[in-house]
Ligand binder design. Structure first.
Ligand code: NAP
Length: 245
C-alpha cells in the first residue's frame, strides 16, 4: 500500500493512462477523484475502482476555471485534504503548420496547457495550507524532441516542462513537489488510429523494441506520487523505452 489514505485527483481518468492510473492508485490505498469531461467513461472507471477501493467521479472540463474550483471544493468536503494532483488530461489535433487551423491551435493550447494552469491554481491554496502536496504534469517526448504534424501539441508539452520547473521552484519551499512525466508512444485510445506501418517503425526506433502500455506510465506516476520520491522535484521522467536518448 504505497498510497494508503492519500487523496489523489486525476484529470482525464476516464480513459487510457489516466484510467489505468486511477485503478492502480486505488489498489495502492488511495482515495481517487476521477475527473473527466467524459461522464460515461469517468463513471465506468469509478465502478471498477469500487470493486476493491474508494473514489468518486467529478465532471470536469479542465478549460473551465469554475469547474476546476468546484472539483477542489467537492474533494475537500468529502475527504478534507488533497495529497496529489495529476494533470493528465490532454488531446491531440494534428496538422502540418500550413494546414493547421486557429481552432486546432487554440483547442489544444486550452486543454493541454491552460487546463493545467486552471487545475493547479485551484489546488495550490489547499496544498499550501496543508504544507505538503504533489503535482504531476503529463508532458510527452514530443515536448522534448518535436514531432511532424504536432506543432500545437509539442508547444503545450514543452510548455508543461517550463511550468513544472517554475512551479517546483515556487512551491518547493511550501512542501509541494512538482514533477513531469514524458511518455513515449503509449497504446491508448489517443493513439488507436495510428497506422500499423507507423507502429512498426516506432517499435524499431525504440531500444526496448516495444510500444508503451498505460501501466508503464501509471507506475511512473505512482513512484512520483509516493513518499519514495520525497526528494524528487522539478524532474522530467521519460517513460519511452529509450526513444529519446
Ligand atoms: P486518452 O485515452 O485520450 O484519455 C484522455 C482523457 O482525457 C479522455 O477521457 C478524454 O475524454 C479526457 N479529456 C479530454 N479533454 C478533456 C477536458 N477538456 N477536460 C477533462 N478531460 C478531458 O489519452 P491518453 O493517451 O491516456 O493520454 C493521457 C495523457 O498522456 C495526455 O496528456 C497525453 O497528451 C499524454 N501522452 C500520451 C501519449 C500516448 O502515446 N498515448 C504519449 C505522450 C503523452 P474524451 O475521451 O471524451 O475526449
Amino acid at each position: 500500500m504505497r498510497l494508503e489514505n492519500k487523496v489523489v485527483i486525476i484529470t482525464g481518468a476516464g480513459s487510457g493512462i489516466g484510467k489505468e492510473t486511477a485503478l492502480l492508485f486505488a489498489r495502492e490505498g488511495a482515495k481517487v477523484v476521477v475527473a473527466d469531461v467524459n461522464e460515461k467513461a469517468g463513471e465506468e472507471t469509478v465502478v471498477e475502482i469500487k470493486k476493491n477501493g474508494e473514489g468518486f467521479f467529478v465532471k470536469l472540463d479542465v478549460t473551465n476555471r469554475e469547474q476546476s474550483k468546484q472539483m477542489v471544493k467537492t474533494t475537500m468536503e468529502k475527504y478534507g485534504k488533497i495529497d496529489v494532483l495529476i494533470n493528465n488530461a490532454g488531446i491531440v489535433q494534428d496538422a502540418l503548420i500550413f494546414k493547421m487551423t486557429e481552432e486546432q491551435w487554440d483547442r489544444v493550447i486550452d486543454i493541454n496547457l491552460k487546463g493545467v494552469f486552471n487545475c493547479t491554481q485551484a489546488v495550490v491554496e489547499v496544498m499550501i495550507n496543508q504544507g505538503n502536496g504533489v503535482i504531476i504534469n503529463t508532458s510527452s517526448i514530443v515536448g522534448l524532441n518535436g514531432n511532424v504534424g504536432q506543432v500545437n501539441y509539442a508547444a503545450t508539452k514543452a510548455g508543461l516542462i517550463g511550468m513544472t520547473k517554475t512551479l517546483a521552484k515556487e512551491l518547493g519551499r511550501k512542501g509541494i513537489r512538482v514533477n513531469s512525466v514524458a511518455p513515449g508512444f503509449i497504446q491508448t485510445p489517443m493513439t488507436s488510429s495510428v497506422p500499423d506501418k507507423i507502429l512498426e517503425m516506432m517499435k524499431e526506433k525504440t531500444p526496448l523494441r516495444r510500444l508503451g502500455e498505460p501501466k508503464d506510465v501509471a507506475n511512473a506516476y505512482l513512484y512520483l506520487a509516493s513518499d519514495e520520491a520525497n526528494f524528487v522535484n522539478g524532474a522530467v521522467l521519460c517513460v519511452d523505452g529509450g526513444l529519446v536518448i
